[in-house]
Design a protein around this ligand. Structure first.
Ligand SMILES: [Zn+2]
Length: 381
């Protein structure tokens, strides 16, 4: 396909599945208007919904030590969810998963949020040798989504922990305002444990004793249907402007901003700002900025200007690359060779696609015959 960019957002043909209508507007913009906008309430209506939702959580959790659980990364999104929970009087257990890549600043910001909210914090430290082995396997496989190991760990440990402590509600920092555009061609789902195990089986060097992936059955049936675990995205019920929230957090709790997107994880920063662009031509700023255009946080011209800025300062890149290589036990030359080798694809390995298709068919069937809409995990608001 010749290069083409959407006339409304800044997504382009680097998303190989993108398509455009007769006005040059892409499928992401159309999807936003048709479905996502209906789940997004940055207004008075949202405030009311948020209050109702939080009241429900408070009532259900009255006699429990905690009424919900919140995964805190030290990034802006989850930090702001913690502040909102505090504002409305929730009693979350705050959970942090340390996969070995926390920046000092992330640790500092987590402390500041906890201090301000006066919440209990549980930090789960992953077995570094296992995380390292998994991440080395992913680098060798050459697949696009190198963040699977961290992302999968965060979710699986949080869910297992919440379930063990009978906590039903999970507060999450995902949001439509800054993350509505997300092309599936760029990333395979991080929750696909079949894929994760297959990649590790081929390239891993040690046996995983502590790493407990979340299975397809657990993820789609056991937790949401049997255990009634519910994931809530409170940021979709408020006006969420990251710049304003950053100012607020800096002024009120002493939060220190990260210079670069995902500065809270040394790996994610390198992966998103270098690896993904260099190896696949995927610049994730396009997703973020396009989402912000759609939610009216910035104009298209501002997004285009922002995209012109360099992804990395040259010296910082050299330092970060050396850091990532050393931590993963590669030489810089080895890491470079993995980046320049042929790209891998998740479908080169066993994966959950056929099960997922079957699940969707089943959901469709049930919806058609019973009018019950099954949307596991996410509470209808
Ligand atoms: Zn678009």
């Amino acid at each position: 396909m010749d290069y083409k960019q959407c006339s409304r957002c800044i997504m382009d043909t680097t998303d190989e599945h993108i398509y455009f209508n007769e006005n040059g507007i892409c499928n992401h913009c159309i999807r936003f208007e048709e479905s996502q906008k209906t789940k997004w309430f940055p207004n008075k209506e949202g405030e009311k919904k948020l209050k109702n939702l939080f009241n429900l959580i408070k009532n259900e959790g009255k006699n429990k030590e905690y009424d919900c659980i919140l995964g805190l990364s030290g990034g802006l999104d989850s930090s702001y969810v913690a502040i909102l929970a505090k504002k409305y009087g929730l009693r979350p257990l705050v959970f942090h998963v340390d996969a070995g890549w926390n920046s000092e600043l992330a640790v500092y910001n987590i402390e500041k949020v906890i201090e301000y909210c006066n919440y209990d914090l549980v930090t789960h430290i992953m077995d570094w040798n296992e995380i390292k082995d998994l991440q080395r396997a992913y680098i060798k496989s050459g697949v696009a989504n190198q963040d699977v190991v961290q992302d999968h760990s965060f979710v699986s440990i949080l869910y297992h922990y919440a379930n063990k402590h009978r906590i039903k509600y999970v507060l999450n920092g995902s949001n439509i305002a800054t993350e509505s555009v997300f092309p599936s061609s760029w990333h395979h789902d991080a929750m696909d444990s079949i894929n994760l195990k297959a990649i590790h089986k081929k390239y891993g060097e040690i046996k995983l004793k502590h790493f407990k992936p979340i299975s397809f059955f657990q993820y789609y049936f056991w937790y949401p249907i049997i255990k009634k675990m519910t994931v809530l995205n409170p940021l979709n019920l408020v006006y969420y402007n990251p710049e304003e929230v950053k100012e607020f957090l800096m002024k009120n709790i002493g939060y220190k901003p990260y210079g670069r997107k995902h500065g809270e994880s040394g790996f994610t920063k390198f992966f998103q700002n270098y690896f993904l662009v260099e190896k696949f031509g995927y610049d994730k700023r396009k997703l973020h900025l396009s989402s912000m255009i759609l939610s009216n946080l910035i104009t298209r011209d501002e997004a285009i200007e922002e995209l012109k800025k360099p992804l990395y300062d040259e010296l910082e890149l050299i330092q970060d690359k050396a850091f990532v290589a050393k931590k993963l036990g590669f030489s810089v030359e080895e890491l470079d060779s993995f980046i320049s080798q042929d790209n891998g694809h998740y479908s080169d390995f066993a994966n959950w696609d056929s099960r997922y298709k079957l699940l969707k068919k089943l959901q469709h069937f049930i919806t058609n015959y019973t009018s019950i809409k099954i949307n596991t995990y996410y509470k209808k608001i």
